[in-house]
Design a protein around this ligand. Structure first.
Ligand code: DPP
Ligand code: ZN
Length: 892
């Protein structure tokens, strides 16, 4: 497969003006007639008119009224590209294609889900509908006519405004839609079928009215209220925070059960995975409610950051995604409102970054936020482009302040509304609006890898100064051996012996300033001197996680416990606990390995129990658990130990089994030590009365349920009775799932009965059955045979991405010790599933293919088995471009 390079970007030879499309919708054979007006681009060098098309039957092609013939050489088609070598400066192209939506299992382009029609065009799905200049820098005004059988497809939707509808002969009907805004083809959408909607008219900030609709299958109307509320909140928030109002008369969200991604921001017609729309207390957890709010916000915010101003080319994907993730993160934080709520949200986001993006940045698929090349763009909808991209945007705000950031945003829209632009254009707007030089900041876009920030503090008691020395480096990544220093904002505070923040004065300053200062590290090594520091302080570094780096500082256990108890920065309070726990977990892991190696037939538990007892962590957790002044949601985060994946990333050589044993041991010993306190917290954090997904109630449930999960480690009758009682009594999915999980992960009897009861109750709710599969795939006693057996369950299908993710992905990514079984059966299973998915849905297959990204970091025995599995996939005939890219890079 061919690699596409950013440096090869060339402006399109022709620019589009208008597009008129007619669809005769039929699942087997849909006819698409397109009339496209274009003019030669004076800025372009080439003269050829280039259109892209995949899996299309071309019925007719006319240029300015004249039929073109491939035989006569009027055009040629090769490898998905239709080229018309010579064309006049101004053209009207008429293109007729025939497509087969019911055979489309890739879920890109036009496809059928549960009998209804949907589209997904980002990034390059539009070319599966018609030949078209399918690239984001070609924007056009679309008018769309949909025709279909009225009984079977009563609802016909597309982008923009409905301008006409009516009956046609033979029981058919039509609807004509017009999108008043120019857009690239990746934002095109249509939906047709049997759907119902919840709708509401709202008065916009501008004084105009807008019609908001949430479309779902009949029977799901009782699950749309939260999405609708989230949409209204998003509209208000974007006006308040960024002065951006809805620009349409109508805004629609449609839910579909078969969807590759989370959701898609098509202009005025957002199409969503059901997972991010449907919710009520019976079927959705607190996390689901929060995710729905975030994703509804995300797609809505794209209307400005993505649609009004779009990307010049796909290398610039983070221009819209990083920015829009940042916006949705801020939206969610503002919706919680309180400072502690904001911190909880921040911790959640950083956890995702560390758990998923740091490993990506250290593996074979590592790429800059703005990649330099790709084989298949679908493989670059990554945590780097999204989550690290959001961190990069957040750093502008940290460096420029909220107001400065807003000025930059205003200038960005003033300059680029209606354009397709680059990450450099965004950075220029931020710099120019604030009179700042942000040229070095560009390296966050061009260099891959997670920077390492080493900090050292030197206190001079005589001079009363504290010198903080910061040193940065960045590991090599594929294609990038040497890295230049980044521009890193480092937020710091200093705590006195009582745990109070000191007012900070940097050398050369006259007065003491704020208690948190943002230091700007731009060189490889730099020192910052604080003066008037009366006593040796404890530094609180990288407050709020002010940059996406790994921070190393030589804290003692006592200092970490002190920060856990006192830091005014909630993020660092949590961070200190995580550092302490990580330290303990790594020590235990080494102890497990040593015990295994000694060859003595001693139970590992005995060895661990004999290890010198370290009460520091338990004491610190006890203090947090009982501190009623702390937000329950925050306490839950502190109590949650770093995941097995997080520990794995800290090791030179990953030994998943030792990690698992160590972490389980620590959980059980903490449960034993904190049993009384956990029970008390469990009892005092019930949420009686009607369920509400608000952050405060969700936090209470989270704390209560983490307590339950610890207690379940003890396998004692009292704890199991609590779990069983909760399983019986729960009036919401959060509590129900937590109870079931506690039962499933214990040694107690009655597991299959509990699972069966759950299944029977929710058989009709696909999203809940997904949870049912996930619970089993990630259960402690699950192995590859458990999962194999579940693939034969009548409710399982690989064809539905949510279902495939719920079982297969959950096992391969979420149950490391079982997946990495020593016999290599987990890898064999992985290879089978990747190969099966490759044939039907390459995009989803390539995601699964990434589960072995980090194979070179494992023990030699596991590495060898992983290499074999990778080679097996590599040798499969008809490997898609998507999977081939991932596997080739992994083996390189
Ligand atoms: N649907 C994806 C998102 O919104 C791609 N744009 O992030
Ligand atoms: Zn997005």
């Amino acid at each position: 497969p061919q690699t596409i390079y950013r440096k090869d970007y060339a402006a399109p030879n022709y620019l589009a003006d208008t597009v008129e499309m007619g669809f005769d919708l039929d699942p087997a054979d849909t006819r698409v007639a397109t009339r496209l007006t274009m003019t030669r681009n004076p800025a372009a060098k080439g003269r050829e008119l280039v259109l892209f098309g995949e899996e299309l039957e071309l019925v007719a092609l006319r240029l300015n009224g004249k039929t073109l013939s491939q035989d006569k050489g009027d055009f040629r088609i090769a490898a998905g590209v239709l080229t018309i070598p010579t064309a006049p400066a101004s053209v009207e192209l008429e293109i007729e294609t025939l497509i087969h939506p019911d055979r489309n299992t890739s879920l890109m382009g036009l496809y059928v889900s549960n009998g209804n029609f949907f589209t997904q065009c980002e990034a390059e799905g539009f070319r599966k509908i018609t030949y078209f200049p399918d690239r984001p820098d070609v924007m056009a005004r679309f008018t769309v006519m949909l025709r279909a059988d009225k009984a079977r497809y009563p609802v016909l939707l597309s982008n923009g405004n409905l301008i006409e509808e009516g009956a046609l002969p033979d029981g058919r009907h039509y609807a004509k839609w017009e999108d008043p805004f120019k857009k690239p083809s990746y934002l095109f959408a249509l939906v047709a079928g049997q759907l119902v909607c919840q709708e509401e008219t709202v008065r916009l900030h501008s004084g105009r009215d807008a019609l908001l609709q949430v479309w779902v299958e009949e029977g799901n109307l009782d699950k749309t209220q939260h999405a609708m509320d989230s949409l209204k909140n998003s509209i208000d928030w974007d006006v308040e925070r960024f002065g951006l109002d809805l620009d349409l008369e109508r805004f629609m969200i449609v839910a579909v059960g078969d969807f590759n991604m989370g959701a898609m921001e098509n202009k005025g017609l957002n199409i969503f995975n059901t997972k991010f729309v449907l919710a009520n207390p019976r079927i959705a957890t607190d996390v689901d409610f929060a995710n729905i709010e975030a994703v509804v916000g995300h797609e809505y915010f794209h209307n400005w950051t993505g649609n009004r101003v779009t990307c010049r080319d796909w290398f610039q994907l983070s221009l819209k995604e990083g920015l829009t993730v940042f916006r949705d993160q801020e939206f969610s934080a503002d919706m919680i409102g309180s400072d502690s709520g904001r911190a909880v949200k921040r911790i959640d986001d950083v956890r995702v970054l560390r758990q998923a993006q740091f490993p990506e940045d250290a593996g074979p698929m590592a790429h800059p936020v703005r990649p330099d090349s790709y084989v298949e763009i679908n493989n670059f909808y990554t945590v780097t482009v999204y989550e690290k991209g959001a961190e990069v945007v957040r750093m502008y705000q940290t460096l420029l302040g909220r107001e400065g950031f807003r000025k930059g945003m205003d200038l960005y829209f003033e300059r680029h509304d209606g354009q397709a632009v680059t990450c450099d254009d965004f950075r220029a707007a931020m710099a120019d609006a604030n009179g700042r030089d942000l040229s070095q900041f560009e390296r966050w876009y061009s260099q891959a890898g997670t920077p390492l920030l080493q900090a050292a503090a030197d206190y001079d008691a005589k001079r009363k100064t504290l010198t903080l020395t910061l040193e940065q480096s960045c590991p090599a990544t594929p294609g990038q051996k040497k890295k230049q220093p980044f521009h890193i904002p480092v937020a710091v505070g200093l705590l006195d012996a009582q745990g109070r923040d000191l007012a900070l004065t940097l050398e050369g300053e006259k007065k003491a300033g704020a208690t948190t200062r943002v230091l700007e590290l731009t060189k490889a090594k730099q020192s910052f001197r604080f003066i008037n520091v009366d006593q040796k302080p404890v530094p609180s570094l990288l407050r709020g996680f002010s940059a996406p780096v790994v921070l190393q500082f030589d804290y003692s256990d006592a200092e970490l416990a002190f920060l856990m108890a006192h830091d005014s920065d909630a993020f660092n309070r949590w961070e200190a606990g995580q550092r302490l726990a990580t330290r303990r977990l790594l020590n235990l892991t080494v102890a497990v390995q040593a015990a295994r190696q000694s060859g003595h037939v001693v139970a590992v538990d005995t060895v661990l129990n004999n290890l010198q007892h370290d009460g520091a962590l338990a004491d610190a957790l006890r203090a947090t658990l009982q501190d009623e002044s702390l937000d329950p949601a925050f306490r839950e985060l502190v109590l949650t130990l770093p995941s097995e994946t997080m520990i794995a990333e800290q090791m030179e050589v990953i030994d998943p089994h030792a990690i698992h044993v160590a972490r389980q041991f620590l959980r059980r010993s903490l449960a034993r030590e904190l049993r009384d306190e956990l029970l008390a917290v469990y009892r005092s954090h019930q949420t009686p009365g009607a369920y509400s997904p608000d952050a405060a109630s969700a936090g209470r449930r989270a704390l209560k349920n983490v307590a339950l999960s610890y207690l379940a480690e003890l396998d004692d009758e009292e704890a199991m009775a609590l779990a069983r009682q909760q399983d019986e009594d729960a009036n919401n999915m959060t509590d129900r799932l937590a109870a079931l999980s506690a039962i499933l992960n214990s040694a107690a009897p009655g597991k299959s009965e509990a699972l069966q009861r759950f299944y029977t109750e929710f058989e009709q709710e696909a999203l809940v059955i997904d949870k049912w599969f996930t619970l089993q795939a990630t259960a402690r006693n699950a192995d590859v045979n458990t999962v194999r057996t579940l693939t034969e369950h009548p409710a399982f299908t690989l064809k539905n991405p949510n279902r495939a993710r719920s079982l297969i992905f959950s096992f391969c990514n979420g149950n490391p010790s079982a997946f990495h079984a020593l016999d290599g059966n987990g890898y064999a299973f992985w290879a089978e599933q990747v190969i099966a998915l490759n044939g039907s849905n390459p995009q989803v297959a390539a995601r699964l293919a990434r589960s072995l990204d980090r194979w070179r970091k494992y023990t030699p025995a596991l590495q060898e088995k992983m290499r074999l599995a990778l080679q097996q996939v590599a040798g499969t005939p008809k490997l898609s471009r998507d999977v081939a890219e991932v596997i080739t890079k992994a083996l390189a």
